[in-house]
Design a protein around this ligand. Structure first.
Ligand code: NDP
Length: 394
């Protein structure tokens, strides 16, 4: 039995809280801490009496997180606040010797750039503290890393190419909204594209490369090449890899709105002077856009996220597609949340479960694909994210 301390009561935090409660044979005490208590109260009201304890924390402040950890003495800290808080929370975990898990890599609020460097640099401190830190246990990163590790372990001697294919075919009825934190989402999507080939990163203009991919149970969709964080660790850990790319689907309405907002400067991250006050355009835009958590009851359709891997097995060419399809309305019925938060929150709980059970153990900072994928893949099938594998023609 374990105590789980969750930080961040947004869309993903709601799913993590609900799923931890559903796994209360593992997590017998669950605490949700976030900046705004009303969000925690809302989530608590959706769960059985006594199932969830709530409190506030400013996770930018390491001392506050240390005090919070000392109060509850958790067996694991599940960080589903924003990427800006990763380092302050990791440092609190090192100071208190508390195992750590997150779903997104560190990003500085003043620079639209995400990378593992500063989190990997804490590997030695995690080792010294004798604890495990698991990075990127969401869907992508997260389940996609596991799909790659599973392919490597069971299907290939060498993987030469990987395409990660992320489709959200959900419709929330708004002309423009983002399915997770708008600031993080828009910073990611408006950035330059990047993929890795023959040992080097190749940069593209934003949305320069597009392919149409036929997603099972969804249909053909325009899919755009983006840079995505799991590629940074996968190039280190997948044997024989020659190329890895990441594609995500976007509808025309989303792209037109985003281009227009970008052209007028609304995606800016530098403060601007407005009537004697400093405002950051993208933060103001976040205030105007629908709260991702409010999309749950409105979203219809499916997500399909997977990987296509090509390589060699026993000297012969092989190509496989591993994917997971989730229905937004089913997610809402189960945990009052749309599919994007669901597909992120469930892998976070699976990772946490494997860590507290000692099935995944180790000292230091780990990316998902460094761990045995089999127990994770089994849990996906029983925790609401069943997946499929197709052999494809090479
Ligand atoms: P939300 O914006 O909905 O929620 C973030 C929550 O964190 C909010 O409740 C917010 O508080 C809280 N928070 C922000 N700053 C602080 C702080 N300083 N101290 C305490 N709490 C804070 O985001 P999501 O739930 O959509 O996303 C959560 C995380 O999941 C993000 O890191 C995101 O990048 C990641 N993600 C990962 C994916 C994956 O597949 N790996 C996919 C989607 C998301 P308040 O309510 O006061 O604003």
């Amino acid at each position: 039995m374990a105590t789980a301390l969750i930080i961040g009561a947004g869309g993903v935090g709601r799913v993590v809280a609900h799923k931890c409660v559903m796994n209360n044979h593992i997590f017998d005490r669950i605490i949700l801490a976030s900046r705004s208590i009303w969000r925690c109260e809302e989530i608590k009201s959706e769960l059985p009496e006594g199932a969830l304890e709530i409190t506030t924390v400013d996770a930018d402040n390491t001392e506050e997180v240390i005090a919070l950890i000392n109060k509850y003495n958790p067996n694991i800290l599940i960080n589903v606040a924003l990427p800006y808080q990763d380092l302050s929370i990791m440092d609190a975990c090192i100071a208190t010797k508390t195992p750590y898990l997150d779903t997104a890599n560190y990003e500085h609020p003043d620079e639209a750039k995400f990378e593992y460097k500063l989190q990997w640099e804490r590997d030695g401190a995690f080792k010294e503290a004798g604890i495990m830190g698991l990075l990127g246990s969401g869907f992508d990163p997260g389940a996609t890393n596991m799909f790659c590790a599973y392919a490597q372990k069971h299907y290939f001697d060498e993987i030469h190419t990987i395409d990660i294919l992320d489709c959200n075919a959900g419709d929330h009825g708004y002309p423009f909204a983002t399915n997770f934190n708008p600031e993080i989402n828009l910073r990611e999507v408006s950035a330059k594209g990047r993929y890795w080939e023959n040992g080097e990163w190749i940069e593209t203009a934003p949305m320069e490369i597009m392919q149409v991919w036929d997603y099972p149970e969804v249909g053909p969709k325009d899919s755009y090449l983006l840079y995505h964080e799991e590629m940074e660790s996968l190039v280190k850990h997948i044997k024989g890899l020659k190329r890895i790319r990441f594609f995500m689907t976007f509808g025309q309405s989303y792209l037109t709105h985003m281009k227009c907002l970008e052209n007028v400067g609304m995606l800016g991250i530098e403060p601007v002077e407005h009537q004697g006050q400093k405002i950051v355009p993208i933060e103001f835009l976040k205030t105007l856009l629908p709260d991702p958590a409010s999309l749950g009851p409105r979203t219809k359709g499916k997500t399909n996220i997977g990987i296509v891997a090509e390589g060699l097995k026993d000297g012969k060419k092989r190509k496989i597609y591993i994917y997971q399809v989730k229905d937004h309305e089913e997610c809402y019925a189960e945990v009052k949340s749309q599919g994007v938060s669901y597909t992120t929150g469930v892998p976070a709980v699976i990772g946490a479960k494997l860590m507290v059970q000692g099935i995944w153990n180790g000292k230091g900072v780990f990316n998902m694909e460094q761990l045995n994928p089999d127990p994770f893949m089994e849990e996906m099938n029983t925790q609401g994210l069943p997946w499929k594998i197709i052999e494809m023609e090479c």
